[in-house]
Design a protein around this ligand. Structure first.
Ligand SMILES: [Zn+2]
Length: 236
């Protein structure tokens, strides 16, 4: 077994050379300043590499990732990232991105114990419990992805409620908060239509996006029900 991870260094040298060959002066220009327009708040999952998914280069996307893409009001790490992004880098967009079949959300949904992380995932369980009735009406195979989307809406709303974003809006700075979900099965991003650019829109945007999520999952549930009935029907 290699202990010095030479392969990674080799890949890195190749990547740096390719990048410089494609765009001479790329790294020296980046040294002058970073001016990303977007802050991405996503899951730490290795299958959801932020820059690659949206085709952005170094310098174009400011990124914060943690298990289950949470923005917790007392998390100084995430809040510091948001503050630096909004106040110093002046990003125009903050995007909370969940992903289908998220392991963290799955553990939260099904009360799986994994250790210390359970305490972190308790925040996702709070989202689950807030929508208990709706989730209970869905069959198990739909519940995790439904909770993934509910969690995105909740975290996007948390972003809107930070002092950082609310102060930025108050002073007239343009910051748009978005909620997206990424499909592990097809590599595609979907906009959950939780798009907010002022404090007075937060409630309505959340309610509208929530209604859309519920509508979609109820439709899927009905479809599954119909499929199950067809499958169970005796042959003519
Ligand atoms: Zn995840």
């Amino acid at each position: 077994m290699s202990t010095d991870l030479q392969e990674l260094f080799q890949n890195n040298r190749q990547w740096a050379a390719d990048t410089e060959a494609r765009e001479p002066g790329f790294f020296t220009r980046l040294m002058q300043q970073q001016k990303p327009q977007y802050l991405w708040i996503g899951c730490a999952d290795s299958r959801v590499p932020a820059n690659a998914l949206v085709g952005l280069l170094p310098g174009e996307l400011f990124v914060h990732r943690n298990v289950a893409n949470l923005l917790v009001h007392s998390d100084l790490n995430a809040l510091s990232v948001v503050q630096y992004a909004v106040d110093a880098l002046q990003v125009s967009h903050i995007i909370v991105v969940g992903h289908s079949d998220c392991g963290g959300v799955h553990a939260a949904m099904t009360n799986q114990r994994a250790g210390l992380v359970d305490n972190w995932l308790r925040h996702v369980q709070d989202v689950r419990d807030a929508h208990e009735g709706f989730l209970a009406g869905l069959q198990e195979s739909l519940q995790v992805n439904a909770l993934v989307e509910l969690n995105v809406l909740e975290q996007a709303r948390n972003v809107c409620r930070t002092t950082v974003v609310s102060d930025a809006w108050h002073r007239g700075q343009t910051v748009v908060v978005h909620g997206w979900v990424y499909g592990l099965h097809n590599g595609l991003l979907e906009d959950l239509r939780m798009t907010v650019d002022s404090a007075d829109q937060v409630g309505l945007a959340y309610d509208t996006a929530l209604a859309l999520v519920k509508q979609r999952y109820r439709r899927l549930q009905a479809q599954h029900g119909a499929d199950a009935l067809t499958a169970a029907a005796p042959e003519a």
